[in-house]
Design a protein around this ligand. Structure first.
Ligand SMILES: [Zn+2]
Length: 160
C-alpha cells in the first residue's frame, strides 16, 4: 500500500510534468533504479525509484510504475508523430498555396504577354497596311505620271 501512496503523492506534486515517461533521475538528484514490488496489491510489478528513496521510506522521492512510464513514453511518441504529421500537412498546404500563387502569377504573366504580343501584331499589321497604302498610292502616282508622259509622247508623235 505504501508504494501506491508514494505514486499518488508523486503524480500530484509539481514534479509530475518533468517526470513524464521513463525517468532518468529522481528530483533529489539520485539516479533511478528499477525495483520489483513485493506488495500483495502489486506483486512482481516493476517500478522506478532512487536508492535514497528506497532507504528512507518516509521521504517523498520519485516513484513510478515501469509499465505506466512505458505507456506514457508510447503516448509521447504518438503525440510527437501526430505533431510531425500535422507539420507535414501544414507544409504540404503551404507548398500547394505557393504553387497555386505561382501558377496564377504565371497565368497573369502569360495574359499580359499575349496581350502585348497581340497589340504589337496589330500595330505591325496596321503599319504593313499603311505601307501597302502608301506603296499603292505611290504606284498609282507612278502609273499616273507614266500615263501622262505616254500621252505627251503620243501627242508629240501625232504632231510630228
Ligand atoms: Zn530521490
Amino acid at each position: 500500500m505504501s508504494t501506491t501512496s508514494y505514486y499518488s503523492s508523486a503524480s500530484s506534486s509539481l514534479h509530475r510534468f518533468s517526470s513524464l515517461g521513463v525517468p532518468s533521475k529522481c528530483w533529489c538528484g539520485e539516479g533511478i533504479i528499477t525495483f520489483t514490488s513485493k506488495t500483495k496489491e502489486n506483486p512482481y510489478r516493476r517500478f522506478y525509484r532512487c536508492a535514497i528513496g528506497m532507504m528512507r521510506e518516509n521521504e517523498s522521492h520519485l516513484f513510478k510504475w515501469v509499465d505506466e512510464a512505458l505507456l506514457e513514453e508510447i503516448r509521447m511518441v504518438e503525440e510527437k508523430c501526430r505533431l510531425v504529421a500535422e507539420d507535414v500537412n501544414a507544409l504540404r498546404m503551404e507548398v500547394m498555396d505557393t504553387m497555386k500563387l505561382q501558377n496564377e502569377n504565371f497565368k497573369k504573366m502569360e495574359e499580359v504577354m499575349s496581350k502585348k504580343i497581340e497589340g504589337e501584331v496589330k500595330i505591325m499589321k496596321e503599319n504593313v497596311e499603311e505601307l501597302g497604302h502608301v506603296m499603292a498610292k505611290s504606284a498609282l502616282k507612278t502609273v499616273g505620271v507614266a500615263s501622262v508622259i505616254l500621252c505627251s509622247i503620243v501627242w508629240l508623235w501625232g504632231r510630228v
